[in-house]
Design a protein around this ligand. Sequence first.
Ligand code: PRT
Ligand code: ZN
Length: 283
Amino acid sequence: MLRIAIQTKGRLNEQSVELLREAGVIIKEEKRKFLMRAANFPVEILFLRDDDIPQTVAMGAADLGIVGYNEVAERGYEVDILQYLGFGGCRISLAVPKNVQYNGLDYFNGKRIATSYPNVLQRFFDEKGITAKIHTITGSVEIAPAAGLADAIFDIVSSGGTLISNGLVEVEQVLHSEAVLIGTPQLCEEKMNIVRQLMSRFDSVQKGYGKKYLVLNLPSSALDEAVKILPAMRSPTVIPLAQSGWCSLQTVVDEKELWDIIERLKAIGAEGILVLALEKIVL
Ligand code: PRT
Ligand code: ZN
């Protein structure tokens, strides 16, 4: 039995549960407990605050954990980073009040910086030769400059909206983060087999993120042209239609390129274009 620690509530909880569900690890949402056994996989889920996940995994009280890379980097516990999971993306950045003149890292020499990530910041300043006073704050770091508690902050940024609404400007992006799967070093072979199986399922789920399945009809004479436009895992599937001179084409496309591809296909005579959701890609 493998134990996986995930966040009880908060930004990573929903997507962690969803990733596990898509990978076939189903937990019953009603009467949620601290520790829950999955219905159909040799796994149990331990619900914790994200701050406690790296240590719990380092100690071996959980074999795996899903947590932001930022927490792993800050806490410094010895865990293996097994997989980047493609959600929970953010960065930890230095930000200063918008009215100050910022002309490079030297600005921070002798300044007071409020943060919940003192270790990551100290390492960065050591590397860059900056001497600053780091104030550790848990809670709303972004209000520290306006409250006169700090000259700058070092905090998580995703859209940047929080900085703007507090009159701050992001000046240095120090650490990029996303949710990661972490593991206790040196798991036994029996557990590693389940971990490998799980990672391969996570990989299939991730490959489906941002992808669509495209089905369309095309005059057979335009097929060579369409193949050049369409990306495909090997090459697109081509099925003849009952009406002679026409075929049906099916393939997987990246959502970002979808409209561009559709317009180019229409220009060479494609019709009846269907865009379908795609769940997983198993290679
Ligand atoms: O209760 P628990 O201790 O488990 O949760 P928590 O409150 O400590 O963490 P939580 O749920 O807020 O975040 C969990 C993880 O989500 C973080 O460790 C990051 O890895 C990731 N993540 C991704 C974020 C954000 N995006 C994010 N935007 N964590 C926090 N924020 C906050 C940030 O602190 C700031 O206040 O959102 C604000 C900035 O957002 P923007 O969009 O305005 O820039
Ligand atoms: Zn936390």
